[in-house]
Unconditional design. Sequence first.
Length: 547
Amino acid sequence: METVSIVLFLLLAVVVSGAVSRMIPLPIPAPLIQILLGGVIGLSTSYRVELDPELFLLLFLPPLLFLDGWRIPKDELLKDVPVVLELAFGLVLLTVIGMGFLIHWMIPAMPLAVAFALAAVVSPTDPIAVSAIAARVPIPKRMMHILEGESLLNDASGLVCLRFAVAAALTGSFSAGAAAASFVWVAGAGIVVGIAVTIAATRAKAWISRRYGEESGSQILVSLLIPFGSYLLAEHVHASGILAAVAAGVTMTFAEISRQAMAATRMRRNSVWDMIQFTLNGIIFVLLGEQLPGVLQGAAETVRITGHHNPLWLGVYVVAIVAGLAALRFGWVFLSLRLTLLRRGPGGIAPDMRSPDLRLIAAMSFAGVRGAITLAGVLTLPLTLNDGTPFPARDLAIFLAAGVIILSLVIASILLPMLLRDLKMPAEPSRQAEEDVARVAASEEAIRAIERAQHALAEQRGNADFYAAAGSRIMDLYRDRIESRSQGAKVAAEAKAQDRVERDLRLIGLKAERATVADMARDRRIGSSIAQKLIRELDLQEVRLRG
C-alpha cells in the first residue's frame, strides 16, 4: 500500500508541475518545478523512496534512450555527423578525464575511480531540458538536431564510461588495455543485440499481422517490450544494455518503414510513447527532489571527512564542477566548429559563417544542460563494494550530480533565451523541392491505384458511371496537388498560401462540428457512443490538418 501511495504522489507531482510551468509567466523550466515539488514531498510526508540502483536503471533508461534513438531525425543527424561525433565522444572522454582529476583534486576523500564515475554521469546532456527552457524562444532546427544527436550518443558513451569507472571502484584496479578490449565487446555486442532484437520482433509481429490481422494493443505492447528485451539480453551476455537500447531505437525507424503498421496503431502508439516520455522524465526529476534532503545530510558528513565543516563547501564544489564543465564545453565546441568549417573548404559553407560566431558557441555551450540521464546514472552507483562496505562518497556524488543538474538548468534558463534570440545558424538548403517530388510521386501512384480499383469495381458490380464519377472526384484532388507542386515557384507559393487558408477554414468548420455534436449529446438527441465516434473522427481530421 505504501508503494502505491508513493507512486501516486510522484505521478501527481508530475501532473501538477506541468500545470504550474504553464501558469507561471516567467520562463522557469518544468524540471526545476518538478525538483521543487519532489523536495516538498520529501520534507512533508513520511514516505521515502528506497531506490534499487539496478532496478532504477532498468525501469527508466531503456525506454528513454530507445525513444530518443527512434525519433531522432536520421538525415539531419548524418548532415552534421562530424560535429555530433566530436561532441558525443571526444567531449565525453575529455570531460571524464579532465573533470575526474579535478573532482579528485578538490575532494581527496572521493577516490579517483568514484571521481571518474561522477565525471562520467555529468558528461551527458539533456535536450528535453533545453527544449523546456527555450519554449518561449525557438531553438534553430539545425542546432536542436545537433543537440539531439549529441545527447543520443553521449548518453551511451557517458554511461559506458560510468560502467568502467564503477568496475574500477569495485575491484580496486584498472587496466587500459583490458578496458579497451572490454569496450569493443561491450559496445559491439550491445549494438548487435539491439539491432537483432528489433528486427526479430518487428518481423515476427509483421508476419502475424499479415496472416491473422493486426491488433493495436499488442502492437503497442511489442514496441514497449523491445527496449527492455534488448537491454536485458545485452546485460545477460555482459554487453552494454544502454547501447542495445539506443541501437534498438535507431533500428526501429528503418524496420517500421518496411513493415508499416495500421494508421490507428501508429497514432495510438505515438500517444502512448509521448505519455511514457513525459511521465518518466518527470518522475526522475521529482525523485531527485525527494532524495535531496537525505542525500544532503549524508553529503554533509562526507564533506566533514575532507576537513571542512561548513555545508556551504557543497555549493563551492557544485559551482566549480559546473564552471569546469562549461569551460571544457566552450573550448571543445569552438575547436569542433572551427575544425569542421575548415574541413569543408571554401565552397562548403556560406561566406558569413566561415568563422564560428562566439554567440553561437556560447549558446551551444550553455545548451549542454544536464538532466534525467545524469540523475539516472548517478543513482545507479552501487550501495556497497564487493566486500560489503559502503560505496565511498556515494551520497556526495549523488548530491553533486543533483547540484550540477539544478545549477545548469538555472544558468541556462537565464542565459540561453538571450543567446538564442535572433541567432543565425549556417544556411541550410531548402527541402521544399524534395517534399514536392515526394508529394507528386505519391499522388500519381494514388491516381493509378484509384483507376485500377474503379475499373475492377465496375466489372464486378456493374454501373460503371457510378464508380467513374466517384473515382473522378477523388482523383481531381490528387491532380490539383500535382499541378500546384509541379508549377513554378510563384505558382507553388500561391498554392501553398491557398492550402493554408483552406486549412484554417477547415479547422474552423471542424470546431463548429465538434461543438454541435457536443451540444446534441448534452441535449440527449444522440447517444454517447455516437458522439464519441463522431468526435474521434473530427479529432483525427484536426490532427492531420495541424500536422
